[in-house]
Write a protein that binds this ligand. Sequence first.
Ligand code: 7PJ
Length: 274
Amino acid sequence: MTAKGLQTSTNNTKVMGILNVTPDSFSDGGKFSSFDNALIQVEQMISDGVDIIDIGGESTRPGAVDVTEADELSRVIPLLKAIKAKFDIKVSIDTSKAEVMSQAIIHGADIINDVRALQNEGCLTVLANSDVPVCLMHMQGMPRTMQENPHYDDVIGEIKQFFIERIKVCEDEGINRERIILDPGFGFGKTLEQNYQLLAQLHQFSDLELPLLSGTSRKSMIGNLLQRNVDERLAGSLTTAIIAAQQNASIIRVHDVKETVDALKVLSMTQKYQ
Ligand code: 7PJ
């Protein structure tokens, strides 16, 4: 709120800032692999207006190598503990491993973000024994090969069906609907055209009446369309963030927090008058 009582942010879209701690993460390229640099990056994101910090200890880019549980735990948990001790900010943990989820929840994670939608062994049980929200992402295939030949007869319909099935499995395990966030998984087993169709039709998932997370930041769907390297994808990334926010996405997952917060403020200023 400003001094005049004007709302600076009527749009309630939250910004999730990506903090990659993987040495091979495609866009930060190991820049923040050290602990101290990660904390500096968190502090910067907080001053830029981030709502949630997403810590990922496993690279899921196409072709990335698998990370052991011990490596992932040692990358993620000490950082989570340090962030929670130092800052008052929500933290989400991007993982598909039950033990990482379990340790993360013990150490104060606010959200579990699983690109495999709790399909790995033990994950449903860990979440059922907690009260933490969980993001269920859609992926066709597996990271190593998912971009080889994605195929759908009806991309929206098939992803929606996947969500319905995973919501049912979660509910049957004791994870109630109120804790679930859905994500169509941009770039995870989708062609360029399918990614843009999904972005254009994100509103089609609103009948599931659950919060949506949209993650397009610096992805190949932007790079390949515009012929831009990862460090030249800001304009494209901001445009996709706005297109998602206009369709009521609840959370936008981004690298460029400051610029996205600015763009969302401009959007919300116009939304007051729509
Ligand atoms: C996503 C993610 C995404 C969710 C990654 C990258 C690849 N989690 N983790 N949604 N992408 N929920 O950032 O390019 O789109 S890792």
